[in-house]
Design a protein around this ligand. Structure first.
Ligand code: GUN
Length: 295
């Protein structure tokens, strides 16, 4: 049987409509326009396309968005000064510095410099700590998007065996943490696999819900999953270019074979990607509301 396709595009569209209405309401009732700045250092093509998509979405929802593009040789000092400028700009409620940064810049130093109240990526240690403790905070966008996709697709997580493949700070670690929180959308039994895991297949075959964020194209094959699994594929791998020059994308999961065994699966593109951007918009609106004392 072929799996149900969990469409991030459709789910993201529904959430964006909610956000559009909320942005209009904030303007009308409080004269408040959420503001987002994205900062891109260098010319990584994937980062360029992510940042462009984030700004376009913000614009479409009525969110004020500013895009700063800096050359790859920008100094750490100049980047920190820019972050400080936006920390003190009342029109900006959310600051996003696109990762990865060039090697000469200390990523942690930059992320720690962002005001936690404007940290719409949820990467500042204050927000990471609150997330782990289950306190209200900005949740990191991709893990939050994964949770929303599961919840809005009616997937039961309580008591489920959730296996996460990949232990990055951006996806693997936080998504594993969110899945085990004691609240709706969590309550799972979580296993976190990584490059040193001894028998990966043993774990992936046990999964009721398999979340893959390893960054390796088509890494998970049909013989590594059980019948009826729900698969969330976070991978976005550029495996070539079409004749028109557009990047050809593949997930971390071999979609065509795994979909024949799974109960439900996210496609790439059109799965987690649109959800990440939408959760960034949600965090930006939340940041604006908080700045105005509305929550
Ligand atoms: N690079 C890849 N994903 C992300 C993300 O969610 N936020 C930022 N800032 N950089 C990224």
């Amino acid at each position: 049987m072929s799996a149900k396709i969990i469409s991030g595009t459709e789910t993201a569209k529904a959430i964006r409509e909610e956000l559009r209405a909320e942005v209009a309401r904030l303007k009308e009732q409080h004269d408040l326009v959420p503001g987002l700045v994205t900062v891109l250092v260098g010319e990584n093509p994937a980062s360029q396309s992510y940042v462009a998509a984030k700004n376009k979405t913000a614009h479409n929802l009525g969110i004020h968005s500013e895009q700063v593009t800096l050359s790859a040789d920008t100094s750490e000092e100049d980047l920190l000064a820019l972050v400080d400028k936006y920390n003190n700009d009342p029109a900006i409620h959310g600051i996003l510095v696109q990762l990865p940064l060039p090697g000469h810049i200390d990523e942690a130093k930059v992320l720690y410099a962002i005001d936690p109240e404007k940290d719409v990526d949820g990467f500042h240690p204050v927000n990471v700590g609150k997330m782990v403790l289950g306190e209200p905070c900005f949740l990191p966008c991709t893990p939050h998007g994964v949770l929303e996709l599961l919840q809005r697709s009616g997937v039961e997580t309580s008591g489920a065996e959730v296996v996460v493949v990949g232990r990055s700070n951006i996806v693997g670690k936080p998504v594993a943490n969110l899945m085990l929180q004691k609240r709706a959308g969590g309550n799972a039994t979580v296993t976190l696999c990584h490059t040193r895991t001894r028998d990966m297949d043993f774990h992936t075959r046990r999964a009721d819900i398999l979340i893959v964020a390893a960054g390796v194209a088509n890494m998970i094959k049909a013989d590594q999953v059980k019948e009826g699994v729900v698969v969330i594929d976070v991978g976005v791998n550029r495996i070539g270019k079409s004749e028109s020059g557009k990047a050809i994308l593949a997930g971390d999961v071999e979609f065509e074979s795994v979909k024949e065994k799974a109960a439900a699966i996210t496609p790439v593109p059109g799965g987690v990607g649109p959800m990440t951007i939408t959760m960034l918009m949600k965090n930006t609106v939340q940041a604006a509301r908080q700045s105005a004392g509305l929550e």
